[in-house]
Design a binder for this molecule. Sequence first.
Ligand code: RIB
Ligand code: CA
Length: 311
Amino acid sequence: MAEKIIIDTDPGQDDAVAILLALASPELEVLGITAVAGNVPLTLTQRNARIVCELAGRTDVPVYAGCDAPLKRKLVTAEHVHGKTGLDGPVLPEPTMPLAEGHAVDFIIETLRREAPGTVTLCPLGPLTNVATALQRAPDIAGRIRRIVLMGGAYFEVGNITPTAEFNIYVDPEAAEIVFRSGVPLVVLPLDVTHKALVTGPRNQAFRDLGTPVGKAVAEMTDFFERFDKEKYGSDGAPLHDPCVTAWLLKPGLFTGREINVEIETVSELTLGMTVADWWGITDRPKNALFIGDLDADGFFSLLTERLGRL
Ligand code: RIB
Ligand code: CA
């Protein structure tokens, strides 16, 4: 029985690869894609999500537009990483599939109320504004969500947008606090693990060697997307942050982590958006998240490449 998921996303080249991996995998049933403002404004993230669905030949998957700004703060975007369109790299046609009617938050609430309790997983790949808004507007859905598997945060790796905060959490820390305190089972893929999923030259070449439009587009996306991390960290390729969420759902055995307490800094300007992860169990705060620290990178890339080859 395929796991029913909703992908909440701010494409973003790495979001695009995460979506493609999900659409290529029969173990997952993508009920819908909900776009949120993040890497680029909402008008672009909802456009980019539709471009990715068309690239995958999956215009049957509804794409909804969601929140265009964080709960309480001004939107911070990341064109410096993802380019002006948010999907720079490949030249892809404008989408022709229409945006689905209605707000993404209503889609999340209605879907969770319609599907059997404990059967739908939320996969946030961007700021948590849509998910937090749904939880605030319909508290009853918290008990109906199977689990939330999200890309966000950092502990040993610390920040990528400030010295202490990872982008998705930093953009909407109040939303993150709502999600991390919701009591919903959480699996967190932080920079600690995603910075180990690097698209090295041979891995990029393997995408090209697929000889398909998807393989070529993914190679071009990751070629573009790697500049920021190469300059900043001297990384040996682009870190595939968001695809770690999809891969964890498909093969959790590729990853290792700990059930720990994770709280969100929402007050201090200095450390705003920090995921304060009690990795060493120093406090008696409730263990609210499976916090992933490591992965089998070769296993991850062979899974990803094989699945992309199916599109
Ligand atoms: O910090 C990395 C995260 O921020 C990824 O989800 C990337 O797509 C951006 O949204
Ligand atoms: Ca993202």
